[in-house]
Design a protein around this ligand. Sequence first.
Ligand code: NI
Length: 210
Amino acid sequence: MIGQFSVHEGLAGTGSENGGGGLTPPNQQLKSPGMAIREIIILPDKKLRLVSKPVEKVTAEIRKLADDMFETMYDAPGIGLAAIQVAQPLRLITMDLAKRDEEGETQPRPRVFINPEILSASEELSIYEEGCLSIPEYYEEVERPAKVRVRFIDLDGKLHEEDAEGLFATCIQHEIDHLNGVLFVDYLSKLKRDRVLKKFAKAARRAVDE
Ligand code: NI
């Protein structure tokens, strides 16, 4: 049995009771004076196809990048962001899959994944409707392993191994794909993929002309 859910790196799925607005905007507690919203690159920006480099050391610069990525991700709003989406080809991902509680409040749950690797993946698959902040307003169903085991480093340089399932499994696979220059549209039929690539290429040309 394949589960059908909705996961958008960008907005929440259709039928969401908050009008499709997705997660709540940035949480004040997460803000520090130095944080800045960076520009999210979108299709057909060629940088999205780069293979990102491992983070060799968690420096102040890396922490600043992670801070800015959270600021950018919450502002979008989105639930996951890879560094390459703010034009930094480094293997770093920010994510917040916090759910709303009964009062409709969202407690932020920011997570950072540095040099993440998928150690194993289940044969069982699940389908989520995915979206991407670098492919705005485009959503399609993608089938991926339902569960994955992930290894990564946190901002303290500590190594972790964790089992991911559900939304987390899909989101971490989507974001790790970004680090390898892969986009969710690559999993679609050639027809659908060509259609969306063409649409964004055309929009970019139009923007230049104007
Ligand atoms: Ni994405």
